[in-house]
Design a protein around this ligand. Structure first.
Ligand SMILES: Cc1cc2nc3c(=O)[nH]c(=O)nc-3n(C[C@H](O)[C@H](O)[C@H](O)COP(=O)(O)OP(=O)(O)OC[C@H]3O[C@@H](n4cnc5c(N)ncnc54)[C@H](O)[C@@H]3O)c2cc1C
Length: 345
């Protein structure tokens, strides 16, 4: 049932959904978002609350606490081992109803993309998806504490600033990698365990196991304005995983040749080429990609092509606007560090 809209007057505090990835670690994007949430809460003079719902949730609380929430609300139960859309939206909606946060933020993941719209519909409020920037401001007409949500618009040709002037909570999902996580040793979080009635799920579906990584692009590769793609030359899954961070920093998506998909470094949704996706980004960057026709036929419409390869004569060099002749993993690391440093300054 849809609740009546509420006004900004009786809502305060910033909440962040601290998603647990692969039931073994706090998602990096959640820690980045808690860091940004801390800054927003400070600017508003309000509290920051992080939400942890998981099997053995207590394990994750020390990590979450390092990033400066005033409060951590958690629920711990076997029913929370995997994200379950029959369970988590009810749990979170109950808390939102009781505590009335003003801002509610989620990482842009499969779970975030399921949970956030369900909550927005229940509270008849607005949601901005895949944000790449967040700030707060006062507005002469709409009052104090307005969340300014930035995201690409018009196929990436413009950056829109979206506001949710009247309804609360103001809600956003945020691309991973756009904020830099920062520890805060000066704040000691109050830990609150929230009641959770396990077994509320209707029992028609039982979740036995879930894939370890929900590796589906948040934005379909065909629509992404920036695609950073990896090939065999990255050498390992560990190196390939760094592409996700670069994609986040550039507001783009991660793609692959057939080799990383076959090696199970990433999901098949990310394969570009004859048997994969055809892309038309403004910027394509290939790391350790040779440029076989089955791949390159599907990237020719890219605006700018950059290739990083240890072999200067590899076929992709011929169609590239910029060629970097070097070790792909090292260039990837250097680029990430440089972009992070620029964001800090
Ligand atoms: C019917 C068919 C359909 C296909 N469909 C697709 C498809 O849809 N998509 C697709 O991608 N492929 C497809 N393929 C496979 C395709 O032919 C190529 O095998 C594949 O694209 C090659 O991937 P790659 O560039 O990652 O690997 P490789 O061709 O092995 O190239 C690796 C590159 O990494 C470089 N390198 C090595 N070490 C380093 C280092 N340390 N630093 C930097 N560079 C380094 C090498 O110089 C080389 O250029 C298909 C093949 C067939 C037969």
């Amino acid at each position: 049932m849809t609740a009546a809209p509420v006004t900004e007057k009786n809502h305060r505090d910033v909440w962040v959904f601290a998603e647990i990835q692969d039931h073994e670690r706090v998602l990096e994007g959640a820690l980045e978002l808690i860091t940004r949430g801390r800054e927003l809460a400070d600017a508003l003079g309000e509290r920051l609350c992080a939400l942890v719902f998981a099997l053995e949730a207590e394990r994750y609380l020390p990590v979450v606490a390092q990033y400066g929430p005033d409060i951590i609300m958690y629920a711990s139960d076997p029913a929370l081992k995997h994200y379950d859309s029959r369970v988590v939206p009810d749990l979170l909606a109950g808390l939102v109803r009781d505590h009335r946060p003003s801002i509610l933020l989620f990482p842009s993941t499969e779970a975030g993309a399921d949970l956030a719209p369900r909550l927005a519909a229940r509270f008849a409020t607005g949601l901005t998806a895949h944000c790449t920037g967040l700030a707060v401001a006062d507005h002469p007409e709409y009052g104090a504490g307005l969340l300014l949500m930035k995201r690409p618009a018009y196929g990436g040709n413009a950056i829109a600033t979206v506001v949710c002037p009247k309804a609360r909570p103001q809600m956003a999902t945020v691309q991973q990698g756009v904020f830099v996580k920062k520890e805060r040793t000066d704040i000691h979080a109050r830990i609150i365990q929230v009641p959770f009635a396990a077994g509320r799920a209707d029992g028609r579906i039982e979740s036995l196991e879930a894939p370890l990584r929900w590796d589906k692009p948040a934005v379909p590769l065909e629509q992404a304005q920036v695609v950073v793609a990896g090939g065999r030359g990255l050498g390992s899954k560990k190196n390939f995983d760094r592409l996700y961070e670069l994609a986040g920093l550039l507001g783009g998506e991660t793609g692959a040749t057939r080799v990383p998909v076959f090696n199970r470094w990433c999901g098949e949704e990310r394969m570009i080429g004859q048997t994969g996706k055809t892309i038309r980004p403004r910027l394509y960057m290939g790391f350790g990609v040779s440029g076989q026709i089955q791949h390159t036929a599907s990237i020719v419409e890219s605006g700018i092509i950059v290739s990083v390869n240890s072999d200067p004569d590899t076929p992709i060099a011929e169609m590239s606007d910029y060629v970097v002749t070097d070790d792909a993993a090292s260039v990837l690391d250097a680029l990430i560090e440089r972009l992070k440093a620029e964001k800090r300054d």
